[in-house]
Design a protein around this ligand. Structure first.
Ligand code: PEP
Ligand code: CO
Length: 448
């Protein structure tokens, strides 16, 4: 690999999953407009997250990363953003209680608009059109106008990302996450079952602790009102990521300021490919998906390229093997990383290795496989004297029916009731909270 990195050096490498725009001038114009807009995040926040991810890698914090497989422009609405934030905050409260550690909250949000696809085109009744690649690129409806890659979507995606994070920041600084405000923390609509009862008990315990601290201080514990929240998305569309990158004043080096934590997907992590070339040169913390075909030698090579200085927090490995493979594949990867003295933050994504299609062709995942992959990952790390620093979920604050199982008892026959995702199936509100309790229990077992 050449050592000369520039923001466009990726262009000399093979780039998978890129878009064929039919008007290069229109694309160039959109990219120039994009590059002049103010950043969505700042390098200060990005560096702070990197430090916290380093702590998660050492077991001093725990990472909760979650959100939609893919955001849609139409979902940039206050009620939906509010619901997504609420479920993430609830889950993180459960995890804090279980682990006794601070939790880093990162949404797959405010920019998760591009999707890798297995085919460049889709054919229905003899008609072939470009495949839907996420709202960053085109629209999902099956007609030529909708499927045409439209450079203006880049600006639209950036604007909606900014609106989304602006609303989230405003909610959080306004006290949305403050445990003093009971309305955010109640479980309206879920009724009473083992999970919700356990959750309500936990919230009353938290309130009692807060009352105690408030009384001790003689004033409300104000720091509870300001909760940190970070964004992430798959850094798939390299023209977009490049246009959003800059060298901030008073910093050395380039930052991708479209998000705090960009990650490289399983399909674009080739060592000699354009994605690895682009992301090796920016200073953000970055994630890399690690699937079952990764072998230890390849992983070490990838780590060397992406984190040559072995900087803690720089690299998060998001392992997505599947419940049937993780116990077999993960130990050798951990062992090699340990023997080479490489510092990484290990995270489990128990979603992407567990997707299957029902006989009627609907994409789903089983709650037990999701839980199984996480619990096995905890065990493998514990056996190796290593640390599982976090979890990565596809989930939503809505009551959708996309994942089967869990104590809400969803079956394959229920999937059609409220299946909304255009891409991967997400856990609903109840399933997400249930999983948070089960992960908290695992963390509790290992509490030092
Ligand atoms: C995703 O996170 O939605 C995704 C496409 O994952 P992976 O790259 O692990 O397949
Ligand atoms: Co997905």
């Amino acid at each position: 690999m050449s050592t000369e990195w520039t923001p466009s050096s990726w262009k000399s490498k093979p780039a998978k999953q890129q878009v064929d725009y039919d008007d290069p001038a229109e694309l160039a114009d959109a990219l120039v407009r994009l590059s002049r807009l103010p950043p969505i995040v700042t390098s200060w926040e990005v560096e702070k997250l990197k430090k916290q991810l380093a702590e998660a890698g050492r077991g001093e914090r725990f990472l909760l990363q979650g959100g939609d497989c893919s955001e849609r422009f139409a979902d940039c609405r206050s009620d939906l953003i509010d619901a997504k934030l609420k479920v993430l905050l609830m889950m993180s409260a459960v995890l804090v209680y279980g682990s006794g550690k601070p939790v880093i909250r990162i949404g797959r949000i405010a920019g998760q608009y591009a999707k890798p696809r297995s085919e460049p085109t889709e054919t229905i009744d003899g008609v072939s059109l470009p495949v839907y690649r996420g709202d960053l690129v085109n629209r999902v409806e099956f007609n030529a106008a909708a499927r045409r890659p439209n450079p203006n979507n880049l600006i639209e995606a950036y604007s909606r990302s900014a609106m989304t994070i602006n609303f989230i920041r405003s909610l959080l600084t306004g006290g949305f996450a403050d445990i003093h405000h009971p309305e955010v923390w109640d479980l309206s609509g879920l009724g009473s079952n083992a999970q919700t009862d356990e959750y309500h008990a936990l919230v009353s315990q938290m309130r009692a602790s807060v009352r105690f601290l408030d009384a001790t201080l003689g004033r409300p514990l104000e720091d509870l009102a300001t909760t940190e929240f970070y964004t992430s998305h798959e850094g798939l569309h390299l023209d977009y990521e490049q246009a959003c990158s800059e060298r901030p004043p008073l910093r050395t080096g380039w930052y991708d300021l479209s998000t705090h934590l960009p990650w490289i997907g399983e399909r674009t992590r080739d060592i000699d490919g354009a994605h690895v070339e682009f992301f090796r040169g920016i200073r953000n913390p970055i994630g890399v998906k690690v699937g079952p075909t990764m072998d230890p030698a390849e992983l070490i090579e990838l780590i060397r390229v992406l984190n040559p200085e072995n900087e803690p927090g720089r690299l998060t490995l998001i392992v997505r093997m599947g419940a049937k493979k993780v116990a077999d594949k993960l130990p050798a990867l951990i062992d090699r990383v340990q023997r080479e003295g490489r510092v990484v933050t290990w995270v489990s994504d128990p979603m992407h290795g567990n997707t299957y299609k029902t006989v009627s062709g609907t994409k789903t995942r089983h709650f037990d496989d999701i839980l199984g992959e996480v619990t096995q990952s905890f065990a493998v790390h514990a056996d190796a004297g290593s640390v599982l620093g976090g979890v990565h979920f596809e989930m939503t604050g809505q009551n959708v029916t996309e994942v089967v199982g869990g104590s809400c008892g969803l079956t394959e026959a229920d999937l059609a009731t409220a299946y909304e995702s255009d891409v991967d199936p997400r856990m609903n509100y109840a399933q997400s909270l249930e999983l948070a309790f089960l992960v908290a229990r695992e963390l509790g077992k290992r509490r030092r």
